[in-house]
Design a protein around this ligand. Structure first.
Ligand code: COA
Length: 416
């Protein structure tokens, strides 16, 4: 099966998570992604949080599948020459160094554009160019705090809280991938490359769009009816943390199921969607709520929402989360079990769909990773293991036209 991005050559000058997540996605879809890494050490995640001594850590292997690895010291003259050759032959260069690092290396956007006017340069930074924090280095949780996620996550009586989901890192990488694909289409129209820049703060803000909605509603009316604080608590002038409240028009909460006393994940998420109210009342043995004016409409229910959830929890007390969902799905109620990572790792549906895949690795044996969350009718991404450090150095140098002797000299000078 041919892959849509076949023939697109990408210099992957990325490290840690935000950049690698982007280039990994493009590699799954057929791009030739050449990961450029410093000789000797490589991407810092190769050795971070190791579970097997001396083998590449899962942090690296799960973000760098389907790539080739070229070691290159881009601070030596010889190394710079190799990179220049690569730039002339590539379609995209992706980087997520700290602010100014690429310029200091001698590869500013202007220089890259001069070397190859068709090249697309794609960058991740913590903050966008010109922002008053644009000199800062940034990691995941910093971005979640700067992007509005932390101030709006958690419980109202606790501190700002970060999400386990990589809103700052992988999410920014996904935004960058969209930018790169757009620039590739743009290049087809103009014949020219361009610089694509995505900041981690902006990418988090983009996902916190509904919280900016809530800020404006709060400014106007002074309360937010779907938050647990309404109508019994206090609202200040900023969007509060709403615990597990549903973010849209449907009230919802995380509810205890059988076994919650000992199992930290014996819960379901339960959503009260308007049309399902009648069947919910019947399922709970509360048919009188159907016509009771205190319960009949979403607005009327809001002041009693926690009493309603308590009644549902009483109903759930003798049901496991799976049994509960199996009953509730028949009533068309949007709900799901709270799944642990162990359950996700072993879920047969996720294995069958290719979302969780087991891939071979030369040093580690096989390991689990997350495959493509995007499914196509005409493409089944095949996830391969991540490359060893410098595994493809000689192969890539030969493709660039270096002879065996020249390659040997590059090794001797420690430029590769
Ligand atoms: N050969 C020679 N030098 C190399 C090299 C190579 N192949 N690859 C990287 N380097 C150098 C860089 O040129 C830079 O040198 P300089 O600072 O002397 O100019 C140096 O390595 C360090 O780069 P930097 O990216 O600043 O690393 P860091 O470990 O200090 O910071 C981050 C890490 C993630 C905080 C920082 O890269 C950053 O803020 N990136 C942008 C935002 C981002 O993507 N963050 C999250 C990632 S999950």
């Amino acid at each position: 099966m041919s892959k849509p991005l076949e023939g697109i050559k990408i210099i992957d000058f990325t490290h840690v998570q935000a950049g690698p997540a982007c280039t990994q996605l493009l590699a799954w879809f057929g791009a030739d992604v050449i990961k450029v890494e410093r000789p000797g050490s490589g991407d810092v995640t190769r050795s971070q949080l190791r579970d097997i001594p001396d083998a590449d850590a899962l942090y690296f292997t799960m973000l760098n599948s389907n790539k080739r690895s070229l070691t290159l010291d881009t601070k030596t003259q010889e190394g710079k020459e190799v990179l220049e050759k690569l730039v002339r032959e590539s379609d995209v260069l992706v980087e997520n160094f700290g602010p100014g690092a690429l310029d200091r290396m001698g590869f500013s956007w202007e220089r890259l554009n001069e070397l190859n006017p068709k090249l697309i340069m794609a960058s991740v930074k913590g903050f966008s160019d010109g922002h008053h924090y644009d000199d800062l280095k940034v990691y995941e949780n910093v971005a979640q705090c700067a992007g509005g996620a932390a101030s709006t996550t958690g419980f109202w009586d606790g501190p700002p809280t970060v999400s386990a989901a990589a809103l700052g890192d992988s999410n920014t990488g996904m935004h960058l991938a969209i930018g790169i694909l757009t620039a590739i289409i743009g290049r087809g129209q103009t014949g020219r490359g361009q610089k694509v820049a995505v900041s981690m703060q902006d990418s988090v803000i983009n996902l916190c769009r509904v919280k900016l909605r809530d800020q404006q509603r709060l400014d106007r009316v002074g309360y937010l009816e779907e938050y647990p604080q309404y109508p019994h608590g206090e609202f200040s002038d900023v969007v509060p943390r709403g615990g597990n409240a549903g973010g849209g028009g449907q009230p919802g909460w995380v509810l205890k199921c059988k076994g919650w006393e000992t199992d930290p994940n014996a819960y379901i998420y339960f959503t009260i969607q308007g049309h399902a109210w009648e069947p919910i009342c019947r399922a709970l043995g509360k048919p009188e709520w159907i016509s009771d004016p205190n319960y009949a409409t979403a607005q009327a229910r809001q002041p009693h929402i926690f009493d309603i959830f308590a009644t549902i929890e009483a109903w759930l007390a003798d049901k496991t989360k799976y049994e509960a969902v199996d009953i509730l799905r028949k009533f068309d109620i949007p709900c799901a079990p709270v799944l642990s990572m162990k359950e996700i790792a072993n879920d047969p549906s996720l294995r069958a769909s290719g979302t969780i895949v087991e891939v071979p690795h030369k040093e580690r044996g096989s390991y689990l990773t997350v495959g493509s969350p995007i499914k196509f009718s005409g493409l089944k991404p095949e996830i391969t293991g991540s490359p060893l450090l410098g595994e493809h150095t000689d192969e890539i140098l030969a493709e660039l036209g270096y002879s065996k002797d020249q390659i040997a000299n590059l090794h001797t000078s420690r430029s590769v």
